[in-house]
Design a protein around this ligand. Structure first.
Ligand SMILES: NC(=O)c1ccc[n+]([C@@H]2O[C@H](COP(=O)([O-])OP(=O)(O)OC[C@H]3O[C@@H](n4cnc5c(N)ncnc54)[C@H](O)[C@@H]3O)[C@@H](O)[C@H]2O)c1
Length: 271
C-alpha cells in the first residue's frame, strides 16, 4: 500500500526514543523535539539533575519523558539502562547518540595522551557502546533510526586561528561519520537507518567550557566575530534550529534515507 503523504509523516506517537547527553544543550532540544511530535523519551545523561530538568520540561508541556542517570562511556551503566528499558516495554525506535565532550585546545604534538583517551571514551567508544546495546531491540522490531551527532569538525579541519577544536575532537567526529555509514550498510536489511548530523556552531550550550579556559571577554568577542565572518549566513546557530532535522531523521519522513551526513551549519561546510 502506498504510504500516505500528509503531516503525519513526522508523527512519532507510539515511538520510544533514547537520547544520550539529554541534560543540556542540543540533547535537551532533541529530547523536546521528539517529545513534541509524540515520542516517549528516555532522557539519559551522566548529569541526572540536568536530565531530570529536561524530562520535567517535556512532561510539563504535556509530553512523556523519563530521566535516567547513564554514563555513555561505561558498559556497566549502559547494561543497567538496557534492563530499565526492557522492563519499560523493551522498545527503542530512535536512538540519538548526542553525548559528547570537548577538551581544552591542544596542538597535536602537545596533547596529553590522557586527553585523547578521555575524549574518545565518550565521543566514539560511547557511541559504539550505546548503539551496540540498543541494536538488539531494533533488530527484534525490524525498525529503528540511529542518529549520531557528529560535527562540522568531522568534515574538515578547522582554521587554527579559531580558538576551539583539537584533533581529538575532530577525529572522534570524523570516525562517527564512518561508523554511521558502516551501520547503514550493515543494518539496512533490518530496516534500521543510521544517519549523522554535523552541527555547525550552535552557541548557548555547555560544550567548549574547558576550551574557553582563561580567555578574556575581548578574546571571546573576537572569536564570535570570526565565526560570523566565516559562516555564509553571517551568524551562529541556535540549538533549537536543529529540532526539525532531528524529527525528520527520526520519523517516517526520512524512511528511505540512510547512511547520510547532514551539516546544519549556516553554510560553513559549503565553502
Ligand atoms: N553546540 C555545538 O555547536 C555543537 C557543534 C557540533 C557538535 N556538537 C555536538 O553535540 C553534542 C551535544 O553538545 P552540546 O553542545 O549540547 O554540549 P553540552 O555540554 O551542553 O551537552 C553535552 C551533554 O552530554 C553529557 N555527557 C557528557 N559526558 C557524558 C557521558 N559520559 N555520558 C552521558 N552523558 C554525558 C553532559 O552531561 C551534557 O549534558 C556533542 O556530541 C557535541 O560534540 C555540538
Amino acid at each position: 500500500m502506498a504510504k500516505p503523504i500528509n503531516r503525519d509523516l513526522f508523527e512519532l506517537k507510539d515511538r520510544v526514543a533514547v537520547v544520550t547527553g539529554a541534560g543540556s544543550g542540543l540533547g535537551r532540544v532533541f529530547s523536546q523535539a521528539l517529545a513534541a511530535f509524540g515520542a516517549q523519551v528516555f532522557c539519559t545523561d551522566i548529569d541526572l539533575p540536568g536530565a531530570q530538568q529536561t524530562a520535567d520540561l517535556i512532561n510539563e508541556a504535556g509530553g512523556s519523558a523519563l530521566a535516567l542517570e547513564v554514563d555513555a562511556a561505561d558498559e556497566q551503566s549502559i547494561a543497567g539502562f538496557v534492563e530499565a528499558i526492557k522492563s519499560a516495554g523493551g522498545r527503542c525506535d530512535i536512538l540519538i547518540n548526542n553525548a559528547g565532550i570537548a577538551t581544552a585546545k591542544y596542538r597535536i604534538h602537545e596533547m596529553p595522551v590522557d586527553q585523547w583517551d578521555r575524549l574518545m571514551a565518550v565521543n566514539l567508544r560511547g557511541v559504539f557502546l550505546f548503539t551496540r546495546a540498543m541494536l538488539p531491540l531494533m533488530i527484534k522490531q525490524q525498525s529503528g533510526s540511529v542518529i549520531n551527532i557528529s560535527s562540522i569538525a568531522g568534515l574538515g579541519g578547522v582554521n587554527p586561528t579559531i580558538p576551539a577544536v583539537s584533533a581529538n575532537y575532530s577525529s572522534s567526529k570524523g570516525a562517527l561519520i564512518a561508523f554511521t555509514r558502516q551501520g547503514a550498510a550493515e543494518y539496512g536489511g533490518d530496516n534500521i537507518r543510521f544517519n549523522a548530523i554535523c552541527p555547525g556552531w550552535h552557541l548557548g550550550t555547555q560544550l567548549g567550557r574547558e576550551e574557553v579556559g582563561e580567555q578574556t571577554p575581548e578574546m571571546i568577542e573576537a572569536f564570535l566575530a570570526k565565526l560570523n565572518q566565516l559562516t555564509p549566513m553571517g551568524r551562529t546557530g541556535e540549538p533549537a534550529e536543529l529540532a526539525g532535522l532531528a524529527v525528520y531523521l527520526a520519523s517516517d519522513a526520512s524512511s528511505f534515507l540512510t547512511g547520510q551526513v547532514i551539516a546544519n551549519d549556516g553554510g560553513w561546510s559549503a565553502i
